[in-house]
Design a protein around this ligand. Structure first.
Ligand code: OAD
Length: 264
């Protein structure tokens, strides 16, 4: 059962640990965008797409077999994302970044909502759905209208364009995973927010931080394989918990009521 957001309380030890932390690392998954109306990766698909599993469409093999089907699926997902706006969770991570001496946000999301909210130091592990690249050369490519054929073709070599996202059975961008790995190894506190902690290598990042002695904080509406390792596992919606946590950590403790004009 999802707890009532109004009663989600923040452990005082967590607020104290966060206030003292010099290096804060946050890993997010699709759960943080759920409150913006973007379905999580493994949520039931709607409409025409209900008959397909995402794991069967987000692969290079699926694209080879049926490029138009995979392209159309990404068009549908893009449409959902374009209509979405950042939510409380994205916004409070922006405030957290402003408070932190050092802050790295690693995201598995391809929706760009963290950047839209104003987060600065963002590592995209799985690419970005708003970009396309040539399926042969990997060059990032705008779709030059009119785009008659589906998928459109690369204007250099004629191969199909594809979304610039990482598919199952593909490697992550090497600079992104290396940067994320180093950040996890060197942080004081590591947050894992709205991710099922099932997909590697992202799922290993909190474990690396844990082994190096960092506090690990999970925020999720459900238990995950990470929950038992977490120093603090907070159950509830990411937006509400992040809001409570940031207020609790950085608000003047003598002020009983949060002041929205408080100068962070
Ligand atoms: P999943 O769909 O696997 O998991 C979403 C997680 O968010 C679940 O654990 C939910 O319980 C949690 N959740 C849902 N709503 C929430 C809310 N309001 N607040 C907090 N938590 C909430 O998505 P990811 O973990 O992001 O990669 O999936 C990771 C990767 O798997 C994706 O990036 C995708 C897929 O492979 C690629 O496409 C390469």
């Amino acid at each position: 059962m999802i707890p009532d957001d109004s009663i989600i309380s923040i452990p005082p030890d967590l607020a104290a640990t966060l206030r003292k932390a010099k290096k804060i690392v946050v890993l997010t998954g699709s759960g943080i965008s759920a409150e913006s109306g973007v379905p999580t990766f493994r949520d039931a698909q709607a409409g025409l797409w209900a008959q397909y599993r995402p794991e069967e469409l987000a692969t290079p093999q699926a694209f080879l077999r049926n490029p138009a089907l995979v392209w159309e699926w990404y068009e549908w997902r893009r449409d959902l994302v374009v209509k979405a706006k950042p939510n409380l969770g994205h916004d409070y991570l922006v405030i957290m970044e402003k408070q932190a001496p050092e802050f790295v946000l690693i995201t598995q999301n391809v929706d760009g909502l963290h950047q839209q909210a104003g987060s600065q130091n963002v590592i995209e592990l799985h690419g970005n759905i708003h970009r396309n690249k040539c399926s042969r050369e990997g060059t990032i490519m705008e779709i030059s209208p009119p785009a008659g054929e589906i998928p459109p073709r690369c204007k250099n070599c004629g191969a199909y364009l594809r979304p610039d996202v990482v598919w199952f059975n593909e490697s992550l961008p090497p600079y992104a995973i290396q940067f994320a790995w180093e950040a996890a190894q060197n942080c004081d506190i590591f947050f894992s927010i709205g991710t099922s902690s099932l997909v590697q290598p992202a799922a290993s990042l909190p474990m690396i931080a844990h082994e190096r002695g960092a506090a690990v904080v999970e925020i999720n509406i459900a238990e995950t394989p990470l929950s038992t390792y977490a120093t603090f596992a907070l159950t509830g919606s990411a937006g509400q918990i992040l809001q409570n946590l940031v207020k609790r950590t950085w608000q003047d403790p003598l002020q009983p009521v949060f002041d929205p004009d408080y100068n962070f």
